[in-house]
Design a protein around this ligand. Sequence first.
Ligand code: IPD
Ligand code: CA
Ligand code: CA
Length: 257
Amino acid sequence: MTPRYDFALALIREAGALALGYFHNLSSLTVKNKGPQDVVSEADLNTELLIKSRLAEAFPQDAFLGEETGVTAMAPGQGIWVVDPIDGTQPFVSGLSSWCVSIAYVQHGRVQFGMVFAPVRDELFAGGAGHPATLNGQPVKRHSGRSLRDGITGTGYNTRLGIEAFLRPFEGLLRAGGMFYRDGSGALMLCDVAAGRLLGYIEPHINSWDCLGAIGVIEAAGLRVNDFLANDGLTRGNPIIAGIPEVYDDLLALSLL
Ligand code: IPD
Ligand code: CA
Ligand code: CA
C-alpha cells in the first residue's frame, strides 16, 4: 500500500495548492447553487479533475469516486479512490480557513488509508492500516476527556434530511452537558477528533467523500467510528458517529434520538 500512500501524500498537497490559488482570488470565482446551502465553483471541479487525472495515470487499475465527477465502473475486489476536492465549500467561498481536500483509498470493504489537507492552515492529517495517524508528520495526541462535559463535540447538518434529525441529537448533546462546534467541514472536524481537539463528531447523514479520508486517520489513531461502509455507505452515505472511546457510546445514543 505504501506506493499509493506516498503518492497520495504528494498529490493532496498539489491539489491543495491549486485550490488555494482559487481561494486567493475569490472575487473572480463563479459560485453556483446546487441546492439550498449547497454551493460549488470551478475550484471544486478543477481540483477534482487534477486528482483524478494524476491517479488514472499512476494507478490505472484503480476505480475512482469523486463528489463532482461521480463514480467510475468498479469490479469486485478493485480498489477505489474516494475524493472530495473541497470539503467545506461554504467556508471556502466565504473566505474562511476551514476547508480541505480529502482523499481515501478503499479496498476489501475497508478504508486502507485516508488523508485530509487544509491548505490555509498548512495542516495535513494522514493515517491508515500500517500507517500511524499523523498531523504534519507528527503522531497525533488523544483528547484527555472522560465524558461529553470535558470538551467540545463537532456536529454537522445538510438539507438531505429534515431538521429534526439534527435537532434531537443536538438537544441531547446540550442536555448531557456537552457543547457543539461546527466549522462547515465534516472532514476537518473529524480530523480534529483524531488530533485530540474535539471529543467526537456526529452528523445524521454524510456522504462517503466527506468522511472516508478522515475515517482513515481516526481508525489509525485507535479511536471509534461506526461502520460507515455498511449498507452501501460508499454510494448512499450514512450517519457518522466518531469519538474517543470514553464518549463514543454516548454519541451513538444521541444519534439514535
Ligand atoms: C459538506 C461539509 C459539511 C457537512 C455536509 C457536507 P461540502 O461538504 O462537510 O460540514 O455537514 O454534510 O456535505 O458541501 O462542503 O463538500
Ligand atoms: Ca464535502
Ligand atoms: Ca465538496
